[in-house]
Design a protein around this ligand. Sequence first.
Ligand code: GLC
Length: 680
Amino acid sequence: MIKEYIFGKPFETYAVVDRTGIITEVANEDVAKRIGFKKDEADRALSPYGGITWDDSEYVMTYAVDMGKDDIVYGLGENIRGINKRGWIYESKCSDDPIHDEFKSSLYGAHNFIMMSGEEVYGLFIDYPGRVIWDIGYSHINKMQVLVCSENFKLYVINSEVADKKEQYRDIIKQFRKMIGQSYVAPRWAFGFQQSRWGYQNQGDIEAVVENYRKNNIPIDAVYMDIDYMERFKDFTIDSEKFPAFEKFVSKMKKQHIHLVPIIDAGVKIEEGYDTYEEGVKKNYFCKEEDGNNFVAGVWPGRVHFPDFLNAQARDWFGNGYKVLLDAGIDGFWNDMNEPALFYSEKHLKEAFDEIETYKDKNLDIDTFFRLGNIVRGLGNNLGDYKSFYHRATQPEGEVLVRHDHVHNIYGYNMTRAASDAFKRLVPDKNILMFSRASYIGMHRYGGIWTGDNYSWWSHILLLLKMLPSLNMCGFMYIGADMGGFGGNVTEDLLMRWTELSMFVPLMRNHAAAGTRNQELYRFTDTEAFARLVNIRYALIPYIYSEYMKAVANNDMMYIPLSFEYPCDKYAVNAEDQMLVGESIMIAPVYTQNATGRYVYLPENMTMVRIRAVNDYELTECKAGHHYVDVALDEVVFFIREGHALPLAGSGQYVDDIDAGEVTLLRAEGSNADYELIWD
Ligand code: GLC
């Protein structure tokens, strides 16, 4: 059962699309009291909210509940920390911040859905596109306080009528997912291995990558084009010196079964004669400052305007921009810098220079020296800047002027919606790959996400694992992290262990930042091992794709924490480094450097698969309980659940090369478990 409480006059985010069965109550004072809402001045003053800064003019409503000591809070989608979100404070604020460490409170997405598992199990969704703070046992260890910085929002409480806890979890998720609409389905080729790097400059760079992968028998389906393919970082342009005959190049790559996937950034370069810029200005499609001028920010190309993605006409216009690349044969894109990320605003930059000028020739002391640094550091993604521009948002009642910070979290969502709507208009018969960096619940219908600029840190292998189920809960199914890590220098063993997890994840893309060590799989000593591992991935694609398709169709999760399936087993409930992937298998990746194995907990009897290559594996029956399992650096160990089967194909050099009709079913000895394969 879903109850909707409406507070004030909420902004329509279009997160909720299926209203069947929703019981609506206007949240008058009475209701507010009943569900624990109060205007919360006192708590606000008391709470030492770490890195989160308050603006006292923000109106805050708090939802406060006591948590029993064993209660678990799941959810919040793309985020730091555990599967169990207790013990930290999170802020829903799409943020361009590459340091994903424990002290952060936000990443690129804002996903306001949690599921509380205590005496009662229920889901809570806050549909508000501005700031929401989730203090889950941070200020008070046994208290959850959700602070909504507005008096206009919707809150949904989802309960389940089924008695069994295990069924309740999935029932609540399914009800929520049904309400927010079916998730985006990526094309099948996008389940293949993909290579990216910020720094590939031209056709020659890309060809060399493809050649090296093919030469080393490492399967691959796509190569990414980062910002350097554009002409001076202008959206919907191609640098003709670097790509003299782009269309021909795209088709040459296609013949080699390689899809090229260009990046599109949110900011549009200000440059006379650049059609996208000129048209946007002429038609008033950019975000405005209070005085009606177009807001000016700095991103890759220097000065840019931000398209007003909240406006339906601006969305249509920007969406049409993709046509030039679609026409050239491109069938996949990634939308970036759409929080929107800004290096500076023109106004703020001027103020900063003026202030810095006053520091010249001064004796900089403890205060002034740090202040000086903060002036520059504070330029990027500045809250004051987000408060200084406006959208002409298309709402059911017509066009509404709204200040950006109140709708910040749906900017990237609407950029992706613009793209997806355009694909349906422009190439209705094609399924285009689309994923985004910034996101909000609702965007899951239009594309997937990648988890942004992570690092080549061992902890980030585990972070990816922990995010998978919470992303699924929020509808995001086509997901993945930069394999090997984006920032920093990767090591061969880190990349290998990461490959061994990413092979179970829909978006398996190796991506790295400019200036870091080369990270393509053929750059390392044991290229042959990487080839074996990626071939295993391709043998697993029929399973991964089938489970993905089933989860999408059933509004279900593909990555299931052990606690969902075995809620009465205390070891399973605490497992944060193992995961059920689909109906048949459990994975337990190695994420520690120099480890030659790990402890694995089996909540039931399972069949262990130790696999080194597509035709080189053995199965061992294991009893429920704790095990220490050896896992050599170049092999993968995972487990098949009792009564289930895993289809293993014969690999392929690209997805269309996989013969899904020829699969071997791996299952327990004597089992006749079957498997329903989806390969359309
Ligand atoms: C952002 C993206 C990253 C990309 C870079 C250059 O940092 O998150 O993936 O490589 O921009 O476009």
